[in-house]
Design a protein around this ligand. Structure first.
Ligand code: UDP
Length: 242
């Protein structure tokens, strides 16, 4: 059977930590972990070079933690970055279990645990068909993994930044509260920035605009959707200049 040709040669996939746990829960659960690994392995099998930026919100987010515990925000952000490393290591194991060679590269150096992010080494892994799971965001506090994802997508010259979420894309209102909310097939960078649409951090969206990086928001929970996005099918919400 002839294999369909992917539209994108290299992608950065951003996945929020919350996709790794059971609905309403915290931490990691095997079922979503293996399901997500399966989706990623599937597109890697198609020959797509895949870097995966993982969030850490299933363990903690710096802003909330700093407030709840009354601790310094920067420290809480470093804790949040370490939380992303937990997800990255679990995802690496899951991908290995599925037979897909994978490396974790962290923006914070933890040499006993994983490689540190190094652009050329990362590119080499990608070119050799290894999935690279990018942990610890940017390595700097006061931003989130959305910024990490846009920076990595730009410096690794990805063809698109794919944002896997629990919903089908970007809506004109919160679909959880308003059942009449409409899914938008296309949004501009300016709409996201000016209307504060909750697609990604404003700083990250501005960076995508500056470099003309296409962003596609899609439902990672619907099996096969990542594959459809990679094949260029009109699923999810596309963010671009027009
Ligand atoms: N974080 C950070 N710098 C980064 C990336 C992440 O300080 O470059 C911290 C921040 O506290 C953030 C937490 O790590 O809240 C977890 O990341 P994020 O909130 O992006 O996770 P997600 O919501 O995508 O699961």
């Amino acid at each position: 059977m002839k294999q369909e040709a992917p539209r994108y040669r290299r992608i950065i996939l951003k996945i929020s930590g919350e996709v790794f746990c059971l609905p309403g829960g915290l931490g990691l659960a095997r079922e979503p972990l293996m399901r997500i690994a399966g989706e990623i392995a599937d597109v890697a099998q198609m020959g797509v070079q895949a870097g995966v930026v993982v969030g850490g919100g299933n363990f903690m987010r710096g802003a909330n933690f700093a407030q709840e515990l009354g601790i310094d925000r920067s420290t809480a952000d470093y804790m949040g970055m370490l939380a992303t490393v937990l997800n990255a290591l679990a995802l690496q194991e899951a991908l290995h279990e599925l037979g897909r060679p994978t490396r974790v590269q962290s923006a914070l150096a933890i040499p006993r645990v994983c490689e540190s992010f190094e652009r050329h080494r990362c590119l080499r892994h990608l070119e050799r068909g290894r999935v690279v799971v990018l942990a610890a965001g940017t390595g700097n506090p006061h931003v989130t993994t959305d910024s990490g994802a846009s920076i990595r997508a730009i410096e690794l010259k990805a063809d698109a930044l794919l944002k896997g979420t629990k919903v089908d894309g970007v809506y004109d209102d919160d679909p959880a509260r308003n059942p009449a909310a409409r899914l938008l097939g296309r949004v501009t960078y300016q709409q996201v920035v000016n209307q504060r649409l909750r697609v990604m951090d404003i700083g990250a969206a501005e960076m995508c605009e500056q470099y003309g990086l296409p962003v596609i928001v899609f439902n990672l929970f619907k099996p096969g959707t990542l594959r459809r996005v990679v094949l260029g099918e009109p699923v999810g919400t596309h963010m671009g200049a027009v």
